[in-house]
Design a protein around this ligand. Structure first.
Ligand code: ATP
Ligand code: MG
Length: 740
């Protein structure tokens, strides 16, 4: 008789067990939310180790977030009963960055290349476009960046762009600009995010020796959230998985087509269909029992997603014993403040009855929505954290400090050098900067080296010369200090001696103390990393703030960031036409983008174990304007038997009592409305003309065009470069300051 199965296996249902025990050969697990896909992947990893099929470093596992990677590491450790080291476990970007450091030379980079953030990428692209004499008014850089990113998502290097893939942007000069941008990146010894995958895929495609090495070292590949891979990620996976020996193509992907929510970032659901073609004989396992949510929550989610067409189709039934549970609440509120108050009250009540705060999440469609909840939670003294985004590291003082550290690490980092050479002010005006640039060009050296040489000559005026000399000698000293005393001491010294901390100490603005606090926090964070290089990589890669992951806090995040997670209680506010579904999906994308919004709603509801509270407000104040809004069509699509509505009656009373307002018409809030709502659904009651207080350089949000940066202000007109919609001129009363 064979030995009894270990208990990590007996805890699985038969289908899950099949997916875990089929260790060899290609395997695709296709299943709905909460059916244990991630659990299968984690258990499979542990099983590979326990059966001796692979050693920890012979398994390549891809997760969608850093947080998921951390969880998987912990769970594997728990199953095998000891910590595991040397894992190839992380996001596509993190794994590719690590690989690319080994093979940087093949694409002309050095091992210590810098990973640029979005800001630096944009600045670099603008420089390249200016040098190519592209009219930036007509052809704004963000549009070009979108083209480049699309190419990178599809694995297209400049050489691989065919006529069919080409873009007519900037009068058919897009591929030329792309080539110029890539060339500059290499010169700067830098890579942007897209490059990590692009370069690695190119290396694996063109260097059979490198590929063979990886085939030898990775015996098994595991991929979570497979439905959201884009083409270049797929190509990378396929290269690594297609071992010449067909018996060694051990790749296991798990995913759910109903949760594909990243098509705007190039994700291709077709990758699921491609898998069966590229890996003939792949085993497909379906899981149908949901272990996460109660029956009403599942019913609500299933009813909603059933409206989508073109699904692969799945069954989902509750696998929980206690699955009866309460209905999904749909709460109608008067305005967004009421909505925040309602959420706050319910959280307080939950806390009083002993619910841990970390089991409560508020999931929003758009980042700007968090503000009202944050304010409310602060007022109530309820601790929370905003998950996702590089929030902390996006703050100006942190970016400045990071730029100092990047120059310290890598003198060739021109973008970082430019950012800090005159911060604090060192009297380097335009002419001083020009002199540095000219010297750099003439000697073909990075700006920092040119500046170092220039500072020791008489070329500059006395004041800037002395200041620059001090700075450049400082860098030499700080580098030595980094070697000797470590990066934390070096960083603290840099900030002091460069005058950067002093700059904020002398600043009288209300934000200055907070900025100094942030700088201290940065030094604290650095201590968690063994070296400066390690820390810089971490900051470039980490997509979420990692502080206090386990602390008792309410979690605020976007629906996109919530994928794969689960909470006892989930609040889903702002279900209003124009917000969710987003105005953009309604205006531009047609049925297809509407379906993606619906999948996002499905992801949102299925995060909840026990309680889901969906809400919408009839009025929203957006930077001084009251806008009225209709309840989201998704609310009508929830099956009646799974939900319980609250608040509609009070709302009607409220409306009759104190407002002659226009937006509800005669039928009342819950009345049926036409399915297609035009852009005018957001009836904007204009605020009286007055100075908006929005200045050049500020980040703003516009209902239709999304986020952007103000490039010029004239009376009540703003020129705005929108991240996705390009440059536009709009009236200031139609935009609000971006809250993040
Ligand atoms: P998503 O699509 O949202 O990523 P998923 O399919 O990855 O979901 P998991 O997160 O792996 O699902 O599992 C959902 C929940 O169900 C987890 O709390 C998990 O521990 C639990 N679970 C999974 N399988 C079982 C099982 N056989 N018995 C009991 N609980 C289970
Ligand atoms: Mg999962």
């Amino acid at each position: 008789m064979s030995a009894p199965a270990p208990d990590y296996i007996t805890r699985l249902n038969p289908e899950q067990r099949e997916a875990v025990e089929a260790l060899d050969g290609p395997l695709l697990v296709l299943a709905g939310a909460g059916t244990g896909k991630t659990r299968v992947l984690t258990t499979r990893f542990a099983h590979l180790l326990m059966t001796g099929k692979a050693r920890p470093w012979e398994v390549l596992s891809v997760t969608f977030t850093n947080k998921a990677a951390r969880e998987m590491r912990e769970r594997v450790a728990a199953i095998i009963g000891r910590p595991v080291e040397g894992l190839w476990l992380g996001t596509f970007h993190a794994l590719c960055a690590r690989m690319l450091r080994r093979h940087a030379a093949i694409v002309g980079l050095q091992t210590n290349f810098t990973i640029l953030d979005a800001d630096d990428q944009m600045r670099l692209l603008k420089q390249v476009m200016a040098a190519a004499n592209i009219d930036s008014k007509r052809w704004p850089a963000p549009g070009m960046m979108a083209v480049i990113q699309r190419w990178k998502d599809r694995g297209l290097t400049p050489q691989r762009i065919t006529a069919a893939e080409d873009s007519d942007y900037a009068n058919n000069r897009a591929s030329e600009i792309y080539a110029g941008y890539q060339k500059r990146l290499i010169e700067l010894n830098a890579a942007d995010f897209g490059d990590l995958l692009l370069h690695m895929t190119e290396i694996l495609r063109t260097r059979p020796d490198v590929l063979a090495d990886y085939h030898r070292s990775f015996r098994y590949i595991l991929v979570d959230e497979y439905q959201d891979t884009n083409l270049v990620q797929y190509l990378w996976l396929r290269l690594l998985a297609q071992h010449e020996d067909p018996n060694r193509r051990n790749i296991c992907c798990v995913g759910d087509d109903d949760q594909s929510i990243y098509s705007w970032r190039g994700a291709e659901i077709e990758n699921i269909l491609r898998f069966e073609k590229d890996f003939p004989g792949a085993r497909i396992v379906r899981l149908e029992s949901n272990y996460r949510s109660t029956k009403p929550i599942l019913a609500a989610a299933a009813g909603l997603i059933a409206r989508n067409t073109g699904r692969l189709g799945k069954t989902l039934r509750s696998g929980r014993n206690d699955a009866c549970g309460e209905k999904v609440r749909v709460v109608s509120l008067w305005d967004s403040e009421d909505e925040a108050r309602m959420v706050g009250e319910r959280i307080e009540a939950a806390r009083r009855s002993g619910h841990p705060l970390s089991e409560i999440a508020i999931l929003v469609r758009a980042g700007f929505q968090t503000r009202s909840f944050e304010e409310r939670l602060i007022t109530l003294g309820l601790p929370y954290r905003v998950v996702g985004g590089l929030k902390f590291y996006e703050r100006a003082e942190i970016r400045d400090a990071m730029a100092y550290l990047r120059v310290l690490q890598q003198p060739a980092d021109d973008l970082a050098f430019e950012r800090i050479v005159n911060v604090p002010k060192r009297g380097l005006g335009d002419s001083g900067m020009r002199a540095i640039h000219e010297a750099a060009r003439a000697q073909s050296v990075p700006l920092a080296i040119a500046a170092e040489r220039l500072a020791e000559t008489e070329a500059l005026k006395p004041k800037p010369r002395t200041a620059l000399r001090e700075l450049m000698r400082g860098f030499a000293r700080w580098r030595a200090l980094n070697e000797k005393e470590g990066h934390v001491v070096a960083a603290a010294t840099v900030l002091e001696e460069s005058g950067y901390t002093d700059m904020w100490k002398q600043d009288r603005s209300a934000e200055a103390p907070g900025r100094l606090e942030n700088l201290k926090e940065l030094l604290r964070a650095m201590g968690d990393y063994p070296s400066l290089a390690g820390f810089l990589d971490h900051v470039a890669l980490v997509m979420e703030t990692d502080e206090n992951a386990e602390a008792e806090r309410i979690q605020l995040m976007t629906l996109h960031a919530a994928k794969g997670l689960e909470f006892d209680t989930v609040f889903l506010p702002g279900w209003e036409e124009g917000l969710f579904p987003s105005q953009r999906s309604m205006d531009e994308g047609g049925e297809k983008s509407l379906e993606e919004e619906r999948r996002l709603a499905y992801v949102g509801i299925t995060r909840a174990r026990k309680t889901a509270v969906i809400s919408h407000a009839a009025n929203r104040r957006i930077y001084g304007n009251w806008t009225s809004s209709l309840p989201s069509r998704f609310l009508d699509e929830l099956p009646a038997e799974a939900i319980e509505r609250e608040g509609a009656a009070q709302m009607r009373a409220h409306r009759m009592a104190d407002t002659p307002s226009v937006f509800l018409g005669q039928q009342g809030l819950m009345a049926r409305r036409p399915r297609v709502i035009e852009a005018g659904a957001w009836e904007v009651k204009e605020r009286p003309a007055q100075a908006s207080g929005i200045g050049k350089g500020e980040r703003v949000f516009h209902q239709k065009f999304g986020y952007g940066t103000v490039t010029a202000v004239q009376d009540d007109r703003l020129d705005i470069e929108f991240d996705h919609a390009g440059e536009k001129r709009v009236l200031d009363r139609f935009v609000q300051k971006a809250s993040d």
